[in-house]
Design a binder for this molecule. Structure first.
Ligand code: GLN
Length: 495
């Protein structure tokens, strides 16, 4: 039965409907694979009882011939999606013991469509990080290795558990969230597909917030078709999220024709960074060639404010985080520190936050509080907001000039070793997001597609950025790139 875990989401759906196998059989195959993969530390809360119940129920719907796409399909859920009665900690100690009495809108939609939840997936604490090393559960591990080396590599972050689980066939697909690259960077590091939708496409309600004006949930999948199927299932207007868009959700899968003739693809010259590895540059060129061969026109474009994106992001994201994380005070959620005789309420807040938040989260709260403080608000936060508007305008102008999608590398390197960055300046880690944060600042959809292996045998991804609300078109370009790149490699099983 283990071969069932190798199916894509689309193949699993079709096999279920054709009665080639049942939802309980498919679920058992995944549960066994998960139990054999503890070395990857991808799942932090397994939910086999829920999975089995959901699979049985899904099977009755399939038998009745009334099964939506995801009915009976086993998924992994990133730990920051609230799931009714199941630990939802955003990989933070401060949420120890927190079991929400409700579901996020996204997980609720997935459950209604009959999806099976296998468990909660590892991530960086409150989604802050690029290597999954800030998690209170310890890091997830990338199933890929450099050739025959045994060095453990990062699956990327913050959705590292989601990426590892999809790449190692521990779920048919997973949910992720992306504030500055947390879907696309781990997707690139593990040879899978990840799409961050247009801001407002997917409801943020019930997803533990990091930076609310940047956060978007999206699918992490084995291929582009699966991303299209799962994105449709996650999307839609939600009155509980005031930033959710009241727009129809197209059938993204039906838009995958692979025909991109006449499309205009932009290559932004500012993404040609100093010190970028030759392999990344070469892959980028090859990607452009593939799209040209498929009938697209390739055009050099300029996004002049790109170089200010990282500094602007690392002002805005911590500012919003410091405000969002103020609610973790030992009173309402999760953990409260042990107090001594005579401690007052301020001691309780301080002790709880000091022991509940890890070092990276504390750093962000401090940076955020600083840039929002009365004396520095204009110099940092307001300045960053203006830069953000300029970055968005760069993209608006490119699209107004007839550009349909923009091709860039997804990451400045392949997966690095766990612990390798431990003594580096934190800014070193922030550089991972150099190609991805602009997309969040501008609210645009962006997808990472696996496009090749580097000389160490590790996957590399290319990013495509699309017009707002045009995820269908964007996925179609990604589909064409995927077919041309023909990336079929899988990590050799060592776990
Ligand atoms: N790596 C970035 C950060 O640490 C992005 C994280 C994310 O997208 N959630 O903020």
């Amino acid at each position: 039965m283990t071969d069932l875990t190798k199916l894509t989401l689309a193949q699993a759906r079709d096999g279920l409907r054709a009665k080639d196998f049942t939802a309980p059989e498919l679920t058992e195959a995944y549960l066994a694979a998960i139990d054999a993969a503890d070395a990857l530390n991808a799942y932090v809360h397994k939910t086999p009882e829920i999975a089995r119940q959901q699979a049985e129920f899904a099977q009755t719907r399939i038998r009745a011939g009334m099964s939506p796409d995801l009915c009976g399909v086993p998924l992994g859920i990133k730990d920051l999606f609230c799931t009714n009665g199941v630990p939802s900690q955003a990989a933070s100690r401060i949420l120890d013991g927190f079991k929400p009495p409700y579901d996020s809108t996204v997980t609720e939609q997935l459950h209604k469509q009959g999806a099976v939840m296998l468990g909660k997936l590892n991530m960086d604490e409150f989604a802050m990080g690029s290597s999954n090393e800030t998690s209170c559960y310890g890091n997830a591990v990338n199933p890929w290795r450099r050739g025959n080396e045994a060095t453990a590599l990062t699956p990327g972050g913050s959705s590292g558990g989601s990426a590892a689980a999809v790449a190692a066939d521990l779920c048919a697909a997973a949910t992720g969230t992306d504030t500055g690259g947390s879907i696309r960077q781990p997707a690139a590091f593990t040879g899978i597909v990840g799409i961050k939708p247009t801001y407002g496409r997917v409801s943020r309600w019930g997803i533990i917030a990091f930076a609310s004006s940047l956060d978007q949930a999206g699918p992490m999948t084995k291929d582009v078709r699966d991303a299209a199927i799962m994105l449709r299932a996650m999307s839609g207007h939600d009155p509980k999220d005031s930033t959710s868009a009241d727009l129809p959700v197209p059938d993204f899968e039906a838009m995958l024709t692979g025909d991109i003739r006449g499309k205009v693809i932009g290559l932004p010259r500012e993404y040609r960074m100093d010190g970028m590895p030759g392999e990344i540059e070469a892959l980028w060129h090859r990607g452009a060639e593939m799209l040209r061969d498929a009938g697209a026109e390739i055009r050099d474009i300029s996004l002049p404010h790109t170089k200010y994106a990282l500094p602007a992001y690392y002002v805005i994201a911590p500012a919003e985080a410091s405000s969002n994380l103020a609610r973790y005070d030992g009173v309402r959620f999760g953990r409260r520190a042990k107090l001594s005789q005579g401690d007052g309420i301020t001691d309780m807040y301080e002790k709880t936050r000091a022991e509940g938040f890890g070092p990276e989260v504390q750093r962000r709260v401090m940076v955020g509080t600083y840039v929002l403080s009365a004396g520095f608000y204009d110099a940092y936060y307001n300045r960053a907001r203006k830069v953000r508007a300029l970055i968005k305008r760069d993209f608006d102008l490119a699209f107004a000039d007839g550009i349909d999608a923009i091709l860039t590398p997804a990451t400045p390197s392949s997966a690095f070793g766990l612990g390798e960055m431990a003594n580096a300046d934190p800014v070193q880690m922030y550089l991972n997001d150099v190609f991805t944060v602009t997309v969040n600042l501008a609210g645009l959809p962006g997808v990472s597609v696996p496009a090749g292996l580097d000389t160490k045998g590790l996957p590399l991804g290319l990013q495509l950025i699309g017009r707002p609300w045009d995820e269908g078109d964007l996925l179609n370009v990604a589909y064409s790139l995927e077919r041309a790149a023909g990336f079929m490699a899988k990590p050799a099983k060592w776990w």
